[in-house]
Write a protein that binds this ligand. Structure first.
Ligand SMILES: [Zn+2]
Length: 118
């Protein structure tokens, strides 16, 4: 857990940047969930105020791509819920947000229509 916390915080901050909300979203706490392995409790602030907290599945191994993807999806869900229907990250020309995916070990954001075709 001690090792995982800064890594999850860095991933969350990268997620906020890529969603375009890093100016006002921050991780205030990554807390272990008692008796649960592979899940953390993520406390998020928006404009410096507690916004939401969400359990986030992280998997038990660093480098687990499905766990990373699940973590970023949960982060995006938490942001979308608080942003009043804004589509983040913006999908150019479309009303929906882009969705995260992992390709060649890199987190990328794609149009969900394009992601479905892959
Ligand atoms: Zn799109």
């Amino acid at each position: 857990m001690d090792d995982l916390e800064p890594i999850l915080e860095a991933i969350a901050q990268q997620g906020f940047r890529e969603m375009g909300v890093s100016a006002h979203w921050e991780v205030s706490e990554v807390a272990a969930v008692p008796d649960m392995v592979g899940v953390v409790h993520l406390v998020l602030t928006r404009h410096g105020r507690p916004a939401t907290s969400t359990p986030a599945f992280t998997g038990t191994e660093l480098g687990d791509e499905n766990a990373l993807l699940a973590f970023v999806e949960q982060l995006q869900d938490a942001v979308l819920e608080e942003e009043g229907g804004a589509a983040l990250p913006v999908c150019p020309g479309h009303p929906h947000p882009q969705v995260p995916s992992i390709e060649s070990r890199t987190l990328v954001w794609r149009c969900p229509e394009e992601a479905r075709r892959r």
